[in-house]
Design a binder for this molecule. Sequence first.
Ligand code: PGA
Length: 237
Amino acid sequence: MKKLLIANWKMQLTHNEACTWLETELPSVLETLSHTEHELVICPSYTMLPYATSLYEDLAWGAQDCGFEEKGSYTGDISVLSLKDLGITYTLVGHSERRHYHAESDELISLKASLLLKHTIHPVVCIGETLGQIHTRRSIIQEQLAQILPLYHEHDRGIIAYEPVWAIGTGIVPSHEELADVLSIIREIMGNATYLLLYGGSVQETQAKLLSPLVDGFLIGASSLRSEELKKIILSC
Ligand code: PGA
């Protein structure tokens, strides 16, 4: 079944390293991808996007974040309009690293998601609890989705990535049963909205195989930069 696989490169590579990766690793990844129905989206650093989008126009490209206004005095922010100009079709918002290091609130995240929807870019809204919030997971998720809910009822191009913070970069992944449980909470909260639901957090081949029947795809961090691992993930879901 067709899955959406989103590679989150974070700030792991310099510009030159990322260029080398695209030139040397990506062709074989695309070859593997061509044997499947899956869609691959790569989210490199902003600085990489003009080059990346000109290099492989057939591939979908994503940004890791965006500004919450279209234009104006927002030093350091990148406008959704610029992303649109470059042909970006997906953008992550509310990643736990943005929530943690940049104190991004649910309100700010929903402003970004709304702007992306307005400009027909798929927002990938990341949600998930920390280890300390596991027992209050339902209310945390409910809070994170409260302002996304009306947007996703209005538009049908939204994406939710459930990424428990305790699973990101740790090698620890929720069990099939635990993930099924959380996903049903998310689906219950979202009601009859139309959206794709992804899982993210330490995704590797084994987890992809096990968890793929539960989700519409994966948000992949570290494994997305190891091309052999990425190919295995592509083939296993
Ligand atoms: P990870 O990162 O796959 O390295 O755990 C996922 C993410 O943070 O999106």
